[in-house]
Design a protein around this ligand. Structure first.
Ligand code: GAP
Length: 515
């Protein structure tokens, strides 16, 4: 197991042990790629959503929010292109009866070649020490060159065949590469078929009158179909945006990597309506704004990078992902897409209703262009949680597990800990708790030695602990302990609330976002 795999395993087990995330319906052996958020998970998730919402709707005078239904008229998905083109290429292994995404089989094959090349590089690094020139080695060592060339060719071919929708060639490629089923080891494959990712359901009581529906695969379409309702009732002038958070559903075939790729997940999307011709200017602005939002959380600038889409979807004229350094490497966290007037125009023609804006400055009507920002809330959760989870060696040689969550996102802001369960200390602690819990999430804990209680709060991610001891009875002061530095300081009981409020106030963090 690689170091990365090991770290990722720790993330998953920590999430379960400390009440963040478990698999859905675990007592029935779980449901693939569906997860439940527990008592701490739901708080962290709510806080991330709130921070996003405030940065969009509160900080921008020209953005409003909505909450549209998950069920939408089926024609919505015809207009959006999801019925015709929201597909994955699937292939079955005839012996194991297991189903795979054909492109992922090839990607996994390519990943194995990369690992083989890396192994050779690591071996040589050890052998040559300081004088090792990695770039030169990669281009001259015959084995490494072979692995990397094979990898590149396989990835180029699969991209080309999928682009051409040449499913026969995809199957031939899998056979040529001698890719075997990971379960049965057999190379006995069916043809490749396109499979739509939307979940279907029905609305209505009787079988003949029931209407076929889909669970929405993105929240964005609820914004498009309400574009004029919002514009008219809010009297917004272009440019303006509509934000929405909510569940989306995709029947993902390759459902792995924990909450990175789920079948039921949550999106936070914003569609920004602009004048035709001004979309690229706004696309660039939104790339900057969204990165600034991420950086304000302090997870480390080095963990983010942009990935520009070279091949664009038919409706887009520019697109990029913000990728994050997850425990399994850099992967898409958020998409920023310039979607032209595709969605609104398509809804106009499918519904027969005008979806145009009268621009008083230009004195004409037009279908606005749209720049979209779209981030998965669960993916953002994984980014925050996995980066925050750290194992530290302390000065005395012992280790501690600490979840260094940004204070505004932490589920519990402060733990109140009486040193002992007697001498009037619990009574004072309960009074402090009663006062603080009105302002933020606080917990009371009197079990075990105080050192162990600190460790438990470190692992849960609680940024502050307050300890009540015998000195408190005499002079009404307590010890405040910081999770990250483990430093302690003495302060008066009446000073606690102001100090913590200052540290966990979203307003203070929102100020840091450079718009
Ligand atoms: N409206 C545009 C849209 O839906 P997308 O790239 O398909 O674009 C946007 O999805 C974001 O939603 C992704 O960047 C990712 O964060 C999240 N997302 C997509 N599929 C997901 C899944 N199966 N599980 C978790 N998050 C997902």
């Amino acid at each position: 197991m690689t170091k990365q795999d090991n770290q990722f395993k720790k993330v998953i087990s920590h999430a379960k042990e400390y009440g963040y995330i478990v698999q859905s319906s675990e007592i029935y052996d779980g449901l693939g790629a569906v997860y439940d958020y527990l008592q701490n998970g739901v708080e962290l998730k709510n806080n991330i959503r709130e921070y996003w919402w405030k940065s969009m709707v509160q900080l921008h005078e020209n953005i409003v929010g909505i909450d549209s239904a998950i069920f939408m008229h089926p024609t919505t998905w015809k207009a959006s292109g999801h019925i015709d083109a929201f597909n994955d290429p699937l292939i079955d292994n005839k012996d194991s009866k297991k189903r795979y995404r054909a492109d992922v089989l090839v990607e996994d094959y390519a990943e194995k070649l990369l690992k083989k090349a890396q192994k050779e590089i690591d071996k040589a690094k050890k052998r040559f020490g300081e004088s090792f020139d990695e770039e030169q080695f990669k281009t001259t060592n015959p084995r490494v060159v072979k692995y990397l060339t094979q990898r590149k060719k396989a990835l180029q071919k699969i991209a080309q065949y999928l682009e051409e929708n040449n499913l026969e060639a995809v199957k031939t490629l899998i056979e040529e590469l001698e890719i075997a089923c990971p379960v049965s080891g057999s190379k006995n494959w069916t043809d490749v078929k396109q499979f739509n990712l939307m979940f279907g359901t029905k609305i209505g009581a009787s079988a003949d009158s029931a209407l076929d529906l889909y669970l929405r695969p993105e929240t964005a379409q609820g914004i498009f179909v309400n574009f004029l309702n919002v514009q008219k009732s809010s009297r917004m002038k272009i440019p303006f945006g509509i934000a929405q958070t909510g569940k989306a559903f995709r029947n993902e075939i390759v459902a792995r990597q924990f909450i990175f790729r789920m079948r039921e997940f949550e999106q936070m999307e914003m569609q920004f309506f602009v004048r035709p011709g001004e979309q690229i200017k706004w696309y660039k602005t939104w790339k900057e704004r969204r990165l600034a939002w991420h950086l304000s959380l302090g997870l480390g600038q080095e963990n983010y990078r942009f990935h520009k889409h070279e091949k664009l979807a038919h409706y887009a004229d520019a697109a990029a992902d913000i990728e994050f350094n997850f425990p399994f490497g850099f992967k898409e966290l958020e998409g920023i897409h310039s979607r032209t007037d595709f969605d609104l125009s398509s809804h106009e023609s499918h519904s027969g209703k005008k979806l145009q804006y009268f621009d008083p400055e230009l004195n004409k009507s037009y279908v606005p262009y749209v720049v979209e920002t779209s981030i998965g809330l669960d993916r953002m959760f994984l980014a925050v949680f996995s980066t925050s989870l750290q194992e530290e060696t302390l000065e005395n040689g012992s280790t501690r597990t600490v979840l260094r969550l940004p204070a505004i996102l932490a589920p519990v802001k402060v733990a109140i800990l009486p040193l002992v369960k007697k001498d009037g200390l619990p009574e004072i602690a309960h009074k402090i708790m009663a006062d603080l819990k009105i302002s933020f999430n606080a917990i009371y804990d009197e079990k075990d030695a105080v050192g162990r209680r600190y460790r438990r709060q470190d692992a849960v991610g609680t940024p502050f602990c307050i300890t009540i001891d015998h000195q408190t009875v005499e002079d009404k002061t307590v010890t405040l302990r910081y999770r990250d530095s483990m430093q302690q300081k003495r302060l008066k009981i009446q000073e606690i609330k102001a100090l913590i409020t200052d540290e966990v106030s979203m307003s203070n963090w929102l100020k840091k976002i450079k718009l």
